[in-house]
Design a protein around this ligand. Structure first.
Ligand SMILES: [Zn+2]
Length: 107
């Protein structure tokens, strides 16, 4: 079960699934976008830093984990990155978007 994941662009692509799960468990928010990973508009849970791209997923999350909380109370919009694909797919919130996203020519 040591399959290597397609993850985090070129630099960290050698994570095993166990490492990846550990990394995921402690990484919910990154202060800076992970290089090589696409950034997309998404939504973010203020209560536990869960991120998602899709409102249906977030609704499901709220009804499971924050019963009774209202959407506006818990959810804010933000930019997210999909750090893993497939069964470990997960979104993390990018706190600060540096403008390198726009000037991302070259390199
Ligand atoms: Zn939450």
């Amino acid at each position: 079960m040591d399959d290597v994941l397609d993850c985090l662009g070129a630099e960290r692509c050698t994570m095993t699934s166990v490492e990846a799960q550990e990394w995921m468990a402690e990484t919910l928010v990154v202060s800076k976008a992970v290089e090589g990973v696409p950034i997309a508009p998404g939504i973010h849970c203020n209560q536990c830093h869960y991120s998602a791209k899709n409102k249906r997923v977030m609704k499901n999350h709220i009804s499971k984990l924050h019963k009774g909380a209202s959407w506006g109370e818990v959810v804010s919009e933000g930019m997210v990155q999909v750090v893993f694909k497939g069964r470990l797919e997960k979104y993390i919130l990018v706190e600060e978007l540096e403008m390198e996203v726009e000037s991302n020519t070259g390199r």
